[in-house]
Every structure is written in C-alpha cells, then in structure tokens.
Design a protein around this ligand. Sequence first.
Ligand code: GTP
Ligand code: MG
Length: 138
Amino acid sequence: LERTFSIIKPDAVRRNLIGKIIAKFEENGLRPVAMKKIHMTREQAEGFYAVHKERPFFTELVEQMIASPVVVQVLEGENAIARNREIMGATNPANADEGTIRKEFALSVGENSVHGSDAPETAREEIKFFFTDDEIVG
Ligand code: GTP
Ligand code: MG
C-alpha cells in the first residue's frame, strides 16, 4: 500500500466540509492513517510551498493557506498518490471532472479546497514536514 499527504484547505474547513471531503477519500479506497487540525504559520506555508516561490501567485497562496485552520492527513491505499489526485480533480475547478472534490467544492484555482502530493518523493517529504513516525497509525 502507498501513502500520500493531503491538506483540507482553509476555504473548505471554513465551510464545514471536512466530513464530506474525508467521506470522498474513504468511499474511494483511501484510509486516513494520520490526521490533525492545525493553523499553519507563515513559515510553515512558505516552506511547504517553497517550489512555487518564484510564481506570481506565491504570496496569495501563502495568505490563503494561513488565513484559518487546515486539516492535514496521511492517506493510505492502493496507488494512493494517483488515486487521491483523481478524487481531487484538476487544480482549476473549472477544468475538474464531475464527482471530484474540486468540481463539487472548490471556489477558485487558489481556494481549491484540497492539496495532494504529486509523486512518491514529494509524498515522503510532505508527510515528514507535518508528521512524526509515531503519529502515523496504519
Ligand atoms: P496541489 O495539490 O495543491 O499541489 O495542487 P496541484 O498540484 O494541482 O497544483 P500546483 O502544484 O500547480 O499548485 C499548487 C497550488 O497553488 C494549487 O493547488 C493552487 O491552490 C495554487 N495555485 C496554482 N495556480 C494558481 C493561480 O494562478 N492563482 C492562485 N491564487 N493560486 C494558484
Ligand atoms: Mg502540486
């Protein structure tokens, strides 16, 4: 089984969508093996999104991520990384397929309700960024 890292972003937490989003994961074969609600610091958000530092939307993205609490999770399942990205849908909700989280819930490309790791190496790094080994209970 594979593990991936997920964030339920501030826009979704504010709108009381935590349960509906976790239901989508569970219904599609992903099991939360670690979860916590946190309010990210600016330093955490800038570190987490460091790969996007030079992008024009970086400042706005960081502001959106620290505006209010998020739920961070480790999701486990078969092909968890690709499966999670399928469940999330396209980054821009205007391009997201029917039935995906972003199609159903996202407000815009910035406030797009969820984050999910894009590859095994980034999944490992992102899990380590927010969780210690003893917080993950398979
Ligand atoms: P993540 O799972 O969040 O990494 O989504 P992704 O891999 O589909 O998108 P990408 O890594 O390219 O971008 C990371 C995040 O930056 C996206 O989820 C968006 O929230 C945000 N983002 C990307 N493009 C824009 C943009 O044009 N404007 C704003 N405000 N945010 C953007
Ligand atoms: Mg990405």
